[in-house]
Design a binder for this molecule. Structure first.
Ligand SMILES: Nc1ncnc2c1ncn2[C@@H]1O[C@H](COP(=O)(O)OP(=O)(O)OP(=O)(O)O)[C@@H](O)[C@H]1O
Ligand SMILES: [Mg+2]
Length: 235
């Protein structure tokens, strides 16, 4: 469904990604792991079209290109749940969700999409008229995921969706993400908690200093000595 082929991305004079390659197949849930500053969010931003490619290319749905606009990507079925949620805190939960439905086809399906999201996260239905900023961290994350779903994505990019979320709500969000996966949405997940990530995804890639350095099945990675040493602190 998606492949990144040796992509490079610059933030001004700084090269953030040197050579990132990865593949996400239809129906999969794939993890993207790495330390702070490794380039995980930049990779997500490049996929959705926030940052142009300085080198390399990507293939999505059979079309290879060297960068498309965010709106083209969203229209093609990609949605990003950004790091830090980025909600409009002074707008209602419902209005935040509706903001996610900005392609013509998504606009036509607003009511059905809202119902689907409220079925996944019933608390959002109860709180739909409240300001998003009044919700707990976990509930705000549900809004951010819901907003991304409003564009009816085929590929959902999740950038650290469990940061600032209470453990009970983490479990609830994981259950919802599994349902979303069962409904046919392919996922790429950035997550700092390696154990949590590898219990959810089927495969994962590790990036280090803007380069893909390791990849494998979740179980394989957990058994990999270098991986354990680097990411689980098991020297
Ligand atoms: N908008 C930006 N302008 C300049 N430099 C940036 C920008 N965003 C990221 N960087 C730099 O690019 C590199 C990769 O950052 P990125 O945010 O992609 O890492 P990350 O793996 O998502 O980290 P974290 O785990 O902290 O979220 C870092 O050196 C970071 O300081
Ligand atoms: Mg990040």
């Amino acid at each position: 469904m998606l492949s990144l082929n040796q992509i490079a991305v610059d933030h001004g004079a700084l090269r953030a990604l040197w050579e990132v390659s990865l593949e996400v197949r239809t129906g999969e849930c794939v993890g993207l792991l790495g330390a702070n500053g490794a380039g995980k969010s930049t990779t997500m931003g490049a996929i959705i079209g926030l940052y142009p490619l300085a080198a390399g290319n990507m293939t999505y749905a059979g079309i290879t290109h060297t960068g498309r606009s965010t709106s083209e990507n969203v229209a093609a079925g990609i949605a990003l749940v950004p790091e830090g949620r980025r909600l409009f805190t002074q707008m209602s939960v419902r209005d935040n969700l509706v903001m996610g439905a900005y392609t013509p086809s998504a606009r036509q399906a607003v009511e059905q999409s809202l119902e689907k999201i409220y079925a996944l996260f019933p608390i959002l239905k109860d709180k739909q008229q409240q300001f998003a900023g009044e919700l707990s961290g976990g509930q705000q994350q549900m809004v951010a995921i819901g907003r991304a779903l409003m564009s009816q994505p085929k590929l959902l990019l999740l950038d650290e969706p469990f940061i600032g979320v209470a453990p009970l709500l983490v479990d609830e969000i994981i259950v919802a993400l599994r349902t979303i996966g069962q409904q046919g949405v392919t996922m790429l997940l950035v997550e700092q908690n390696i154990h949590r990530a590898l219990s959810f995804v089927q495969r994962a890639y590790v990036i280090e200093n803007g380069r893909t350095v390791l990849d494998g099945e979740a179980a394989q990675l957990l058994a990999h000595p270098e991986f354990s040493k680097k990411f689980l602190g098991l020297e």
